[in-house]
Design a protein around this ligand. Structure first.
Ligand code: FAD
Length: 502
């Protein structure tokens, strides 16, 4: 029997630290566990990361926090999905939408898949995801994904938010739940004879003890990396981007409900709408361009060449630790690893890492075997998401720079899982069967894989003799989706109404 945990120390007060604090505090509520977040007064938070997946809603729902409470405080907006502009050069596929799956898709996804299969056989039919998903129509119309109460389907959506404000909000909520906050800079950690962490050492020479430590120290990885020397698995062979630039711009009149990811010369740029501004950024590879050139390219795109708007330059380390839970330490957030933000999955992985750990905590099972099972599961989450991101680069058809050519040609250990998906697609087999066979639907649903492969236009030339060539080329769903969209209201109006409810 292990001793029950009584004192948990979370090192770091970024989004990951406060999110972990809230998830753990909620899980051990009324069990007499003391949770303390220790945060350096001199090392700031990374302060970027403004898009989410739909799973973030579950985080707030589990804590009983209403959208009308947290969204206005964080300048948050709704997100129906992501448009990928310029990743493909195939005619008709220069821009495509990756939808967040909603209930209506149960009706439209099979129609999309049928058309994709016909197009794979060479038939000249529509197979662009944008035409088949409600969330795409919502994004096109700047509509909030909150349906009128008489609409009989629920919608799934993510959020955009101000990263700094979200951190402050989570901090406030964690204190309300009894989490303690200590402002102190950690210089070292002491281990006991078994290698477990016994205490962290502060700048003034004093130390703080705990039974269990959660490393949320960002890329510094103070405990999981520096102290425990947990091996790191780099993703750099497959994902070349290692730097980013972030800068704001004016939001304008309409507030979009989508992130736009645009292919740039040596990476891609994000455009994230908040209530009061756009968050923009350029994720690029420093092996192919310099920080100055990248900033110039981003400014030119945003029309900010003459502007004195400050740009923030960031370095990124892509990969993951081998063990997210090592001895009496759990790594959560950037300390455990990072995938580039193409699908805005970092906070999602943070949430899953903390929530799945809590299942073991609640059972009181902190055994070696539990650690192994847990680490395998979180590694699979990271690698599963990595594979979907690699697929964007591998399927690009740009030839304008060495960066894009190198990405398409890259064969550095393309994971087997991805090879099988590409093979199934190219052989015209059912992608759903392959995804179910690999049991990877929990990372990205079948509709997402179809959207990516079809969105990029990975089809053979049109063949007039294909068996389905007589199919109606116009939108096979008729006006079903536009009529569904009539049940949704203007995004800016919905956000304004929400603010009045506070
Ligand atoms: C370019 C870019 C874009 C991104 N976009 C997205 C996105 O769209 N969606 C998404 O979900 N995520 C995104 N992310 C990731 C997201 O920013 C992070 O996952 C999130 O902010 C959590 O960061 P963190 O809390 O792990 O680290 P940080 O914010 O870096 O916090 C680290 C904390 O550790 C503390 N600390 C450090 N050293 C010490 C010390 N010695 N003593 C005491 N405390 C210390 C610091 O004070 C700080 O409080 C993006 C990241 C990057 C780089």
């Amino acid at each position: 029997m292990q001793e029950p945990i009584k004192k948990i120390m979370i090192v770091g007060g970024g989004s990951a630290g406060w999110m972990a604090a809230l998830i753990i505090a909620n899980s051990v509520k009324d069990k007499g566990v003391e949770i303390t977040v220790v945060e350096s007064p001199t090392v700031g938070v990374i302060g970027v990361g403004e898009g989410s997946t739909p799973v973030l809603k579950k985080f707030f729902d589990n804590l009983g926090i209403q959208e009308s409470e947290w969204m206005p405080e964080c300048n948050a907006t709704y997100k129906a999905g992501i448009t990928f502009d310029g990743w493909s050069t195939k005619a008709g596929h220069e821009s495509y939408f990756h939808q967040f799956a909603t209930m209506v898709d149960n009706l439209t996804l099979p129609v999309f898949v049928n058309n994709v299969k016909a197009r794979l056989r060479g038939a000249d039919v529509c197979a662009l995801p944008n035409k088949f998903f409600l969330s795409s129509a919502l994004a096109d119309g700047h509509l909030a994904p909150i349906a009128a109460h008489h609409f009989p389907f629920f919608t799934t959506y993510g959020y955009h938010f101000d990263a700094m404000l979200l951190g402050k909000y989570l901090h406030k909520k964690a204190l309300e739940m009894g989490v303690r906050h200590v402002s102190a800079h950690i210089t070292d950690a002491r281990q006991d004879a078994s290698g477990n962490i016994a205490a962290v050492v502060l700048e003034d020479g004093s130390s703080m003890e705990a039974d269990f430590f959660v490393d949320c120290s960002g890329f510094a990885a103070l405990l999981i990396g520096k102290t425990l020397k947990t091996p790191f698995v780099s993703y750099a062979d497959n994902l070349f981007n290692d730097a980013a630039i972030a800068m704001p711009s004016d939001i304008g009149d309409a507030i979009p409900t989508q992130t736009i990811s645009t292919a740039m010369k040596h990476g891609w740029s994000w455009r994230i709408p908040l209530q009061n501004r756009f968050g923009n950024g350029y994720v690029y590879s420093s092996s192919f361009t310099t920080a100055e050139q990248a900033e110039h390219e981003l400014r030119a795109k945003l029309g900010l060449l003459e502007s004195d708007t400050q740009a923030r330059h960031l370095k990124m380390k892509l990969g993951r630790v081998e063990k997210h839970w090592n001895k009496n330490c759990l790594a959560v957030g950037l300390s455990q690893g990072f995938l580039e933000p193409l699908e805005a999955t970092a906070l999602y992985l943070t949430q899953m890492t903390a929530a799945i750990f809590c299942l073991f905590l609640e059972k009181g099972d902190l055994s070696e075997q539990a650690q192994q099972v847990y680490n395998q599961e979180i590694n699979d989450y990271f690698d599963g998401h990595r594979n979907y991101i690699i697929a964007h680069y591998k399927t690009n058809t740009r030839t304008d720079t060495e960066y894009w050519k190198a990405n398409a040609a890259n064969l550095n250990g393309i994971p087997d899982s991805l090879k099988h998906i590409f093979a199934a697609w190219l052989e015209g087999r059912d992608l759903g069967d392959e995804i179910r066979r690999q049991d990877i639907e929990k990372y990205y649903p079948i509709g997402s894989w179809y959207a990516l492969m079809a969105g990029m236009g990975l089809f053979p030339e049109v063949d007039a003799r294909a068996p389905d060539s007589g199919q109606d080329k116009s939108n096979p769903l008729g006006d079903f989706i536009p009529r569904c969209a009539l049940n949704f209201k203007d995004h800016r109006q919905v956000l304004a109404d929400q603010s009045k409810m506070r």
